[in-house]
Ligand binder design. Structure first.
Ligand code: NAD
Length: 452
């Protein structure tokens, strides 16, 4: 990368999943020396070999380039982390609790407990995981108890906004950088250190928002709650469109031209999923209630409910396309990842729908360009095919549930010879209805009418 002038720093990243591995590689790309740590030895072994354990466009190149340059290493040993450097990014998972809607902060606490007692001298831990408001304050108390005498360990929070599928770009060219620090701490070094770590990024004009812990924690969950609300808004409107035969896609275009609204995140379809939006809105609601703001986020229940209802709506639409009953009907499910350009199947609408159809007695055959291994692990009872056309072999209905470009641009003529019935259901409103209809297919889309 051209124009690098800052002194290279020694950084660690704790947790090497989607967030952590991307962050480690991108920090090395900025010229720093980086050591990533994870408790998953298999993941660490793969990363050491330059092998990204998940699909993320462009990440493998960045990873390998920086490993080869000697700037990027991985370990399972926290002693190495403590000895390596004095700035530590924390990006372990914060999944939904097994029971209830709140976030499970156990991994974040475990990481702090593993690292803190090993630190000597002055260190800065920068939390990046998405956490309930108040987590940084309680972790700081934990650090105060666990820190070795004479050491000085500061905690800051800088939430991560990357999108899977654009993770490298979003890390190196973020829309903004948010940094929350301890409002009680007069001698904070966090702002100066973060400005140094991200010098090149900030020099390109990235907004840098400096605030307190609570605001920084809330920025992240508020952003995700807003995005989820936008998607559920258009999906709720689509429920009305379905009744009156109106076209929600045209409606979205029309309202999207209003610059106060904007077109992004207004695609009606089978709804959102993945490892972030669903669990983040639930955790936000749960935390607000814990804090006594019982009414504040109740609308997010409706956002969640609208979203989950779309999965049932797609199942019903497929049943309609089968003549009312899916039992014994061959269904080809194109798409398994929660969105294109990702292999992430956490809370994936596509797999949820595939699972529901299978439970109703339909033989369902799934194909996804990148998410086959993850899908097989999570839904072993479904059948899996090697290609879209294999999945469609003898299909009575073809369902598109993830808008991969390969499906969006698929030609009806490719599938016509292999299917049993020319029936296609568009769960993302991403296909060209005119093209499918003129090729003799029966086309229907979730969310109501579509104009050719
Ligand atoms: P992930 O499950 O892919 O990765 C988490 C990693 O942490 C795993 O590799 C796990 O083995 C490791 N880990 C768990 N406990 C550990 C410990 N004690 N020490 C070291 N490693 C440990 O999850 P993710 O998608 O990378 O998400 C991580 C955090 O980032 C979450 O809070 C998530 O909400 C947030 N986030 C994710 C994204 C995204 O697009 N994936 C975007 C923004 C924010």
């Amino acid at each position: 990368r051209a124009g690098r002038t800052h002194k290279d720093m020694k950084l660690t990243t704790i947790g090497c999943g989607y967030l952590g591995a991307t962050h480690a590689a991108c920090m090395a790309e900025l010229g720093h020396h980086v050591l990533g740590v994870d408790v998953d030895a298999e993941k660490v072994a793969r990363l050491r070999d330059g092998d990204v354990p998940f699909f993320e466009p462009g990440l493998a190149d960045v990873l390998r380039r920086n490993i080869d340059a000697g700037r990027l290493q991985f370990t399972t040993d926290y002693h190495e982390v403590a000895a390596f450097g004095s700035v530590h990014f924390l990006g372990v998972g914060t999944p939904q609790q097994q029971r209830g809607h709140a976030a499970d902060t156990g991994h974040v606490e475990a990481a702090i407990d593993s690292l803190t007692p090993l630190l000597r001298g002055q260190h800065l831990i920068i939390g990046k995981s998405t956490v309930p408001v108040g987590t940084a304050a309680s972790l700081a108390q934990r650090i105060a108890v666990l820190a070795a005498p004479g050491s000085d360990v500061e905690l800051a929070w800088s939430p991560e906004f990357l999108r899977e599928g654009f993770a490298v770009e979003d890390t190196l060219e973020p829309d903004r950088l948010v940094l929350g620090t301890d409002p009680q701490r007069a001698d904070s070094i966090a702002e100066q250190v973060v400005a140094e770590v991200y010098r090149e990024v900030l020099e390109s004009g990235t907004p840098f928002i400096r605030t307190d812990w609570a605001t920084a924690e809330l920025v992240k969950v508020a952003a995700n709650a807003f995005l989820a609300t936008k998607i559920s808004f258009i999906n709720a409107v689509s429920e009305v469109c379905e009744i009156v035969d109106a076209d929600v896609s045209t409606l979205a275009d029309a309202i999207g031209y209003d610059q106060r609204i904007g077109r992004k995140f207004l695609n009606a379809g089978v709804g959102f999923g993945g490892g972030c939006l669903p669990k983040d809105i639930r955790a936000f609601m749960a935390r607000a209630e814990e804090l006594g703001a019982n009414q504040a986020l109740r609308f997010l229940r409706e956002v969640d409910a609208v979203n989950m209802r779309r999965r049932g709506a797609l199942v019903d639409l497929v049943a309609d396309a089968c003549g009312g009953e899916v039992l014994g009907t061959n269904i080809a499910m194109l798409g398994a990842a929660f969105k294109p350009e990702s292999d992430d199947v956490r809370d994936s609408p596509a797999l949820n729908v595939a699972g529901q159809l299978a439970l109703r007695g339909a033989p369902v055959t799934v194909f996804d360009p990148k998410a086959m291994d993850n899908s097989r692990r999570m839904y072993p009872m479904l059948r899996y095919a090697e290609s879209a056309s294999d999945a469609c072999e003898q299909a009575d209905v073809v369902v598109v549930a993830t808008e991969w470009a390969e499906f969006v641009h698929m030609a009806p003529e490719e599938l016509t010879p292999v299917v049993r019935n020319r029936v296609i259901v568009d769960g993302r409103r991403c296909l060209d209805p005119g093209m499918w209809r003129s090729a003799g297919w029966t086309y229907s889309a979730i969310g109501g009418a579509t104009r050719d």
